[in-house]
Ligand binder design. Structure first.
Ligand code: HEC
Length: 293
């Protein structure tokens, strides 16, 4: 008679296997259905059935015991009753030294080495079986289902991300010229955006190329009474004199929040004391004090 597994081990294990199977076969899009009322109801029914099965098993176990001799019965009761965890522990961590006392010796013959045919500890063997079983499950579910398919997971996450961005943009109003302000924490992001959108004409350090030097105190376009707002305004509206500097904001090419970041970067490199070594010659009017315009 085999030793029986107590219900508090058996039922959670079977339930987790079932949930795992659900997880594999539902596919990425439907994984959230694991916590759907129908699946929960199904799992509850399974739990009840497992409890019933366990009590039937117990009945059979008791009945079988009655037909055994006294000694055998005592032995089985000793093996099965008592603390399950302790029994399990004893099973896994058998005293291997004792087990391997009178072990067979294998003579290789040709090299004179004599090998002991030691038995491996139970925990090792069972871990090994477990990995074999798992690799089989993993292999087939990887081949046949969405389970841990990195490409599908990537596409799924990417599309989710796009949806989230769309919702975020709908709910958060973009900054405009009226409420835009310089923030030091925007400078880092602003630099990246500047490099992507502006560096071709202004250089990534703002020293100027086709477009003017943005790190000096000379300005061609002056529409605002504040340096930061002036920068924001030019990026938003473009230059009236020269269409090469296009209206990034008005045309929708760059959103208000990003223009605030880019403006913060331009403001930062303009007000910083350290200027680039190579500069484009000054263009426009020199402005030292923006308050006095
Ligand atoms: C295709 C080239 C080009 C690109 C790209 C470009 N600019 Fe310009 N930018 C210019 C030119 C040319 C001017 C000069 C306009 C004028 O003469 O009025 C200018 C002017 C400016 C000015 C005003 C300078 C002044 O003295 O009045 C600022 C600020 C500025 N650009 C920032 C930016 C930022 C920020 C970006 C990126 C979002 C950007 N530019 C992208 C070509 C460009």
């Amino acid at each position: 008679m085999r030793s029986k597994i107590p219900y508090f081990i058996m039922i959670p294990s079977i339930l987790s296997v079932i949930i795992f199977i659900f997880y594999i076969f539902l596919g990425i899009e439907n994984r959230s259905y694991i916590i759907h009322p129908i699946t929960i109801f199904f799992l509850i029914i399974i739990t009840i059935l497992l409890f019933i099965l366990d009590s039937i098993n117990n009945l059979i176990y008791r009945k079988k015991l009655q037909f055994l001799t006294k000694e055998k019965r005592k032995k089985i009761i000793e093996e099965n009753e008592g603390n399950y965890f302790y029994i399990f522990y004893k099973f896994l961590f058998h005293d291997t030294k004792k087990m391997n006392q009178n072990v067979k010796k294998i003579d290789h013959g040709f090299d004179g080495i004599i090998e002991l045919d030691n038995k491996l500890p139970m925990w090792w063997i069972h871990l090994f079986y477990l990995t074999i079983i798992f690799s089989g499950i993993y292999f087939f579910s990887y081949l046949l289902t969405d389970f841990s398919d990195p490409y599908k997971e990537y596409i799924f996450d990417y599309q989710n991300q796009l949806k989230k961005i769309e919702i975020f943009e709908k709910n958060t109003p973009q900054v405009t010229l009226i409420n835009a302000e310089f923030k030091k924490e925007f400078v880092k992001n602003g630099k990246t955006l500047f490099e992507e959108n502006c560096a071709t004409c202004h250089q990534s350090d703002g020293s100027g190329n086709i477009g003017p030097n943005l790190t000096d105190n000379y300005w061609i376009n002056i529409t605002e009474k504040d340096l930061f707002k002036n920068i924001f305004s030019i990026i938003w509206n473009g230059s009236v004199n020269n269409p090469t500097m296009r209206a990034f904001g008005k045309s929708g090419e760059i959103k208000g929040n990003d223009i605030q970041k880019i403006s913060s970067y331009v403001y930062f490199i303009n007000t910083k004391l350290k200027k680039p070594i190579k500069n484009k010659a000054p263009q426009g009017k020199k402005i030292i004090n923006w308050n006095k315009i």
